[in-house]
Design a protein around this ligand. Structure first.
Ligand code: ATP
Ligand code: MG
Ligand code: MG
Length: 350
């Protein structure tokens, strides 16, 4: 059978590998770390650095198609792989979502609403951004941020200096603070032939900048639900995307605002494992393998909760409940580290 290559060996790579194995594929991960979540469940592990051209070449030659579970893959590594084996989602999707400024410019260009934003490198950039956007606002590094890292909040103009210092010299973008009622996300998949299937939007709750839970159904009017799905399809088409994507949205009185997009399976889509016949991981594998998409309609109401850091100590208690447990096989339960998640079915879909 064919072999699917996955760049990155974390929990997303692990769950992609399991989905691929269920469809009869072999998986091959590329990940510098030895004992990583995906290495426990995939067939082959190229354990090397992203600068190791020989290892990248051997990895690409071993795979029929390559995908990724994180967006910060060095461009040079992608060049080496793509000369040998196709990569899905494509480079454009990756480049756009690696950089918050490019991402917001792209979203604006295709007619979607984002928070007001302005590029910031220097103190004077920041001052003119504040003059235009006002406070409260959030300064975010353009690249490499996740789980709320690389962000500083400005409650007033007085916070400007400290916020800029927190960027450590990295190029940043200032975003106006959105007064949202709640946060949702749409997980959508586009197949190679352009077919699109979006999962029902989920409602997301963050704690300390990290996703805490996703609940389906989200609190949305039928019109808002339609908007959320249509704008996701708009993004997927504009990027000629193949695979699964996560689109994070703020729900406001004046419509949906796009927070950010992730060119991969997404933590807020883990509920699909319990709520749908075909989950986000299988949809992704189907798409990148050139298969038709499966039935992603929602049959159940679900609450997904992340197990972060010491939450893992609650597993013996959780195991006695009717929650489905997904543990990532990480040895070290550092604070803020995603160790696993639970999916609890709360009733039939309605
Ligand atoms: P992720 O782990 O989702 O990639 P991240 O580090 O990229 O997170 P963001 O999604 O940009 O961070 O922000 C994290 C959270 O902070 C958001 O889900 C939201 O709750 C809040 N937030 C971010 N930007 C804004 C904004 N402009 N206005 C209001 N709240 C915001
Ligand atoms: Mg992000
Ligand atoms: Mg986010």
């Amino acid at each position: 059978g064919a072999t699917i290559g996955i760049l990155g060996g974390g929990q997303l790579g692990r769950m992609l590998s399991v989905a691929a194995a269920r469809l009869g594929f072999k998986t091959c991960i590329f990940e510098p770390q030895g004992d990583c979540p995906a290495s426990h469940v995939s067939n082959f592990h190229y354990q090397a650095d992203y600068s190791d051209t020989d290892a990248l070449t051997a990895f690409a030659q071993a795979c029929d198609v390559v995908t990724f579970e994180f967006e910060n893959i060095p461009t040079d590594a992608l060049d080496v792989i793509e000369a040998i084996t196709p990569i899905h989602p494509n480079r454009k999707a990756l480049a756009t979502s690696q950089d918050r400024l490019l991402e917001k410019n792209f979203l604006t260009r295709i007619g979607l609403k984002t928070a007001p934003f302005s590029a910031v490198k220097t103190a004077s950039d920041l001052q003119s951004a504040i003059d235009r956007i006002g406070t409260p606002a959030i300064l975010k590094t353009r690249t490499l941020g996740y789980d709320g890292k690389g962000q500083a909040r400005l409650h007033s103009d007085d916070d400007a200096e400290a916020a800029l210092a927190a960027m450590n010299g990295a190029p940043a973008v200032l975003e106006g603070f959105i007064d949202f009622s709640h946060e949702i996300s749409v997980i959508g998949t586009r197949a190679a032939d352009g077919a699109i299937s979006c999962f029902d939007p989920g409602e997301n709750l963050h704690r300390n900048g990290i996703l805490h839970s996703t609940t389906v159904p989200a609190r949305l009017s039928p019109a808002q639900r339609t908007d959320a799905v249509l704008l996701t399809a708009n993004i997927l088409n504009a990027l000629e995307y193949v695979g699964t994507m996560g689109v994070e949205l703020f729900v406001t009185g004046s419509g949906l605002i796009v927070n950010e997009i992730a060119p991969r399976v997404h933590n807020s889509g883990h509920w699909t494992q319990a709520g749908c016949t075909i989950d986000q991981f299988e949809q992704h594998i189907r798409a990148i393998a050139g298969w038709p998409l499966g039935d992603g309609s929602r049959h159940s109401n679900v609450v997904m909760e992340n197990l972060i850091g010491a939450d893992i100590d609650r597993v013996p208690e959780i195991a006695k409940t009717n929650a489905a447990l997904h543990l990532y096989g990480k040895a070290d339960a550092k604070p803020g580290r995603k160790m696993g998640h639970t999916n609890t079915v709360t009733g039939p879909a309605k």
